[in-house]
Every structure is written in structure tokens, then in C-alpha cells.
Write a protein that binds this ligand. Structure first.
Ligand code: NDP
Ligand code: HEM
Length: 491
């Protein structure tokens, strides 16, 4: 049996003294040959890696999906192929804007990333706790994130930058309305929904394509903090989500979500009054009802937060047979962005790290690079290129997706032309309880303090187009009038 009580160097040699460094005489100086001291200091200098450029603060745990309904007529994805089937998964939740040390109970969108370890590869669904997003063209994502992060001179968050950008980008109205509603500050990750948000595709055994959206409804019930409650809590603890999630799982109170899909036949995409690939829109449930799929449960905490949660790498590019992409412009860009971020943040072979490694055979021809500690040559060192004559792994044409019809001229299309940015946020406003509407408008007014009047007026005009009571309520709180039809979008 290994002696776990004996301290060693990282090369395995026993350490004789871990209290006193090696010095010339009792008062020093130190000797350069004290490699144990050098090793400790050098390792400490390398304990940090870049934090995620967004979604830096996070909380995660392991669990499973158990299938409860048969959806095999829509997808041949193996994780859904039998009722009762269980697939291991990891979920990492996060806030978007705050840095690694941000307080958990801040008003923000929450990330909801799931890695399903399926028998045909890892499927990563990298979503949020909201079904929509602030922008619909990836070209605007870095600009949007700059408004959420610190001002280059003051090094402070800037409400002016946020409302300037939002008021010039009316496609943000839907997400802004959710952000400042009660659901913008859940009490814990256990008390919020998750959404895949984008439209993806399902492919069935007959080669038919359906468009699909994914929903995860909390079985713990929705719970939220008001701004005042959150401020008081943050004064007591900045780690309320970690305490809640870790603590619940440790005591055996396992959080659960019911997983649903919305399914749209491929041909419907040309018929809906809205673009079903527009990430700022939902598909109304009345048109595309929720279909139950299964239950997600989290039941195991990570043994090492850094190794298993901080080093977790989720990417929308990780899909599996039976699940595909859609023309959604945001999704298309995310297919590039995440693996690029992971190579920078974690290193070339990040997918070989235990938390990211698929739980199925992996045979690729990628070669060397830092930390190439694994082999993938199927035991045959001559098969290191493809095609080869030595029995190396080959492609499997049966996994080809059916062709997708694309039409139109290559151009830069103005995504703000002919796009209704107002009806769905208005529907959400009207769906809130009267108290909920008041809190929404109070929260907006609180967030607008100090913002120049011309920006407030421009934003109020947008709210008024969603619902007159929405515009009037915010205008009254901010002491401005509702400008007449002055909603301006950036050209
Ligand atoms: P439905 O009445 O059929 O669905 C309403 C949805 O809104 C439910 O999913 C519900 O989630 C969610 N919801 C309820 N209260 C709030 C709230 N305070 N903040 C955010 N979401 C809430 O209506 P529609 O499908 O026609 O959608 C109407 C509006 O509801 C949309 O414009 C959108 O803003 C919002 N919504 C719609 C979703 C969709 O996929 N259709 C998903 C989420 C929100 P729950 O069951 O968990 O309470
Ligand atoms: C994290 C880019 C839009 C959800 C990240 C990261 C990048 C990124 C670079 C850090 C990845 C890492 O270091 O591991 C982008 C780009 C977007 C976009 C370019 C738009 C084009 C979205 C949208 C959603 C989303 C629309 C949700 C629907 C997340 C989540 C994380 C994340 C949840 C954290 C993942 C984790 O837990 O590790 N994003 N993002 N992002 N993003 Fe996005």
C-alpha cells in the first residue's frame, strides 16, 4: 500500500525538512541548492491561469441525465435512445461580467453549461438561465462585453456605457427586461431555469432534420433576491452560491431540473413571423409546446475545484451524432470562439484533461504540444497520419448529416432592418405580475443612476414601444418624458 503520510518532492524523493530552508548559518543567507524551496516558490508562481474572459466566476457539480420520454423520432443521439437511460454530466454555472472573485449574488445573467459525457463523444450545451441574448450578431459580442467590464480609465463598471450600448441596440430589449426582472438575481443556481438558448438541429435515423430548442426547468422552484436583499447578503458573504450548491449536494439534497425540447419541423423555419434562428427571440410555447425529455440531477461535488471546475472547457462546437447546428449567426461564431479560448486559457491538449476527456474511445491524429501525456495511436505507432496503410482510424461516412439548403447572396445584411425587437419583450412585461413590473422598473431606474439624460430618453423610447406602461413607468422614475417615437437604432 502507498504510504500517504510521507511528504515527497514532485519527483518523488522524500523530503527531510519542510519547515526550515537551507541556509549558511542560522541567520542565513540561503543556499541555491535548496531545490525544495525553489520548487515550492516556482510552483506557487504558476498557480494562476487566465480567468475566463467572460463567465469567470462559477460553481459546478457532477450528475446525470435520466431519460423519461422517447424522443427518438426526432433524434438518433444515443443519450436519448431508451427510457431510463442515464448519461453522466457536469454542469458549470456562472455569472457573466464579474471577475473570478466577484460576489455571487450580483444581478447578472447566469451561465448554465452542461457537458454530457455520451458514448459518441461529449455534447456541450453552453447556455444561460435566460432563453435569449443581448445581441444577435457575433460582430457585436466583444463590444457588448466591453460595456459590461471595467472602464479603461476609471477601472469601474460604467452604467453609461451599458445603457448607451443597449439604447443603440434595441435587439437587447428582451434580455435587458429579463435581467432587471426578478429572474435577474436568483437566490442560488438551484432556483433558476437553464436554456440552450440557440436553435440547434435534431437529426433522426431517417435522415430528417428538425430544429430544436432546449429548456431545463428548476424543480426547486424559482427564488430571487431583491436588490436590497442581495446587497445585504453580499455584505455577509460573497460566496452564497458556492455555499448553497456545494452544501446541498454534500448533505444529499440533490438539485434537479426537468429537461424539455421545443421541436420545429425543418420547413416551418420559412413560415414563422419571426426568424427562428434569431437569438433575441423565443419560440412561443403555444406554437411549439415543451416536450419532456428527462431529469437532470446534480449529486457529486468536485474533489478539486481547480482541476474539475476551473479547468472544465465547454464549447458549442462539441456536438454528437443526432444533434447539429443551425444557421443562427451567434451560434456559428461561438463554434469558433470557445475552443480558441480554451487553447489559450488551458493549453493545446485541454481536451485530454480528465474533466474534459470523453468517456468513449478517442482516436485523432493531432500530434504534439505542451503536456502530450496521452497516446492516441491505437497501439500502432506507424499510423500517425491519414490515410495510412497500417490500420489507423478512418472516417465513418454513415455519420454524414443530410444536406442543408442555403440561399441568398453573400453580403453584410443589416440585422436591425425589418426585425421586431419590441413584441416579445412587451409580452414578457405583460406576463409579469403588477408587483413584478414595479420591481422591474425600480431595478432599471436604480441601474440608470448617473447616466446622461439623452441616453435615458433614448432607452425609455424603446421601453415605450414594448409597452406604453413600461416606457411611462421608467420615464417617471427617471424624471424624463417619453420621447415620441424616437427610438433610434445604430445604423
Ligand atoms: P408562455 O406563457 O407559454 O411561457 C412563459 C414562459 O415565461 C415560461 O417558460 C415561464 O417559465 C417564463 N416566465 C414566467 N415568469 C417569468 C419571469 N418573471 N421572467 C422570465 N420568464 C418568466 O408564453 P410564451 O411562450 O408566449 O412567452 C411569453 C414570454 O415569456 C416571452 O416573450 C419570453 O419573454 C418569456 N419566456 C418564454 C419562453 C419560451 O421559450 N417561450 C421561455 C422563457 C421565458 P417557467 O415555466 O419556468 O415559470
Ligand atoms: C464563456 C465567447 C455568446 C454562454 C465564454 C468564453 C468565451 C465566450 C470566449 C470563455 C470560454 C472559456 O474560457 O472557457 C462568446 C462569444 C459569444 C458568446 C464570442 C457570441 C458570439 C454566448 C451566449 C451564451 C454564452 C449567447 C448563452 C446562450 C457562455 C457560458 C460561458 C461562456 C455559459 C461559460 C462556460 C463555462 O462554464 O466554462 N463565452 N460567448 N455565451 N459563454 Fe459565451
Amino acid at each position: 500500500m502507498t504510504d500517504t503520510t510521507k511528504l515527497t518532492t514532485s519527483a518523488g524523493a522524500p523530503v527531510a525538512d519542510n519547515q526550515n530552508s537551507l541556509s549558511a548559518g542560522a541567520r542565513g543567507p540561503l543556499l541555491l541548492q535548496d531545490y525544495q524551496l525553489l520548487e515550492k516558490l516556482a510552483h506557487q508562481n504558476r498557480e494562476r491561469i487566465p480567468e475566463r474572459v467572460v463567465h469567470a466566476k462559477g460553481w459546478g457539480a457532477f450528475g446525470s441525465l435520466t431519460v423519461t420520454q422517447d424522443i427518438s423520432k426526432y433524434t438518433h443521439a444515443k443519450l436519448f435512445d431508451a427510457i431510463g437511460k442515464k448519461t453522466d454530466l457536469l454542469i458549470r454555472f456562472s455569472t457573466v461580467a464579474g471577475e473570478l472573485g466577484a460576489a455571487d449574488a450580483e444581478r447578472d445573467v447566469r451561465g448554465f453549461s452542461i457537458k454530457f459525457y455520451t458514448s459518441e463523444g461529449n455534447w456541450d450545451l453552453v447556455g444561460n438561465n435566460t432563453p435569449v441574448f443581448f445581441v444577435r450578431d457575433a460582430l457585436k459580442f466583444p463590444d457588448f462585453i466591453h460595456t459590461q467590464k471595467r472602464h479603461p480609465k476609471t477601472n469601474l463598471r460604467s452604467p453609461t456605457a451599458m445603457w448607451d450600448f443597449w439604447s443603440l441596440s434595441p435587439e437587447s430589449l428582451h434580455q435587458v427586461t429579463i435581467l432587471f426582472s426578478d429572474r435577474g438575481c436568483p437566490t442560488s443556481v438551484r432556483h433558476m431555469n437553464g436554456y440552450g438558448s440557440h436553435t440547434y438541429s435534431f437529426l433522426n435515423a431517417a435522415g430528417e432534420r428538425h430544429w430544436v430548442k432546449f429548456h431545463f426547468k428548476t424543480l426547486q422552484g424559482h427564488q430571487h433576491h431583491t436588490n436590497a436583499e442581495a446587497a445585504e447578503l453580499i455584505g455577509k458573504t460573497r460566496e452564497s452560491y458556492q455555499e448553497d450548491l456545494f452544501g446541498s449536494i454534500e448533505k444529499g439534497d440533490f438539485p434537479k431540473w426537468r429537461m424539455f425540447v421545443q421541436i420545429m419541423p425543418e420547413a416551418d423555419a420559412d413560415k414563422t413571423s419571426y426568424n427562428p434562428f434569431d437569438l433575441t427571440k423565443v419560440w412561443p410555447h403555444a406554437d411549439y409546446p415543451l416536450i419532456e425529455v428527462g431529469i437532470v440531477e446534480l449529486n457529486r461535488n468536485a474533489d478539486n475545484y481547480f482541476a474539475e471546475i476551473e479547468q472544465a472547457a465547454f464549447s458549442p462546437s462539441n456536438i454528437i451524432p443526432g444533434i447539429g447546428f443551425s444557421p443562427d449567426k451567434m451560434l456559428q461564431a461561438r463554434i469558433f470562439s470557445y475552443a480558441d479560448a480554451h487553447r489559450h486559457r488551458l493549453g493545446t491538449h485541454y481536451e485530454a484533461l480528465p474533466v474534459n476527456a470523453p468517456k468513449c474511445p478517442v482516436h485523432h491524429y493531432h500530434k504534439d504540444g505542451a503536456m502530450r501525456f496521452f497516446r492516441n495511436d491505437t497501439g500502432n505507432p506507424d499510423a500517425y497520419y491519414e490515410p495510412n496503410s497500417f490500420g489507423g482510424p478512418k472516417e465513418t461516412p454513415t455519420y454524414r448529416e443530410p444536406p442543408l439548403k442555403i440561399s441568398g447572396d453573400a453580403d453584410r445584411y443589416n440585422h436591425r432592418l425589418g426585425n421586431d425587437d419590441y413584441t416579445q419583450p412587451g409580452n414578457l412585461f405583460r406576463l409579469l405580475t403588477p408587483d413584478g413590473r414595479e420591481r422591474l422598473m425600480d431595478n432599471i431606474a436604480a441601474a440608470m443612476q448617473g447616466v446622461p439624460a439623452f441616453i435615458i430618453e433614448r432607452q425609455v423610447a424603446h421601453f415605450a414601444k414594448c409597452d406604453p406602461a413600461y416606457g411611462a413607468g421608467v420615464a417617471k422614475r427617471m424624471g424624463v418624458s417619453v420621447p415620441s417615437a424616437r427610438a433610434e437604432a445604430a445604423e
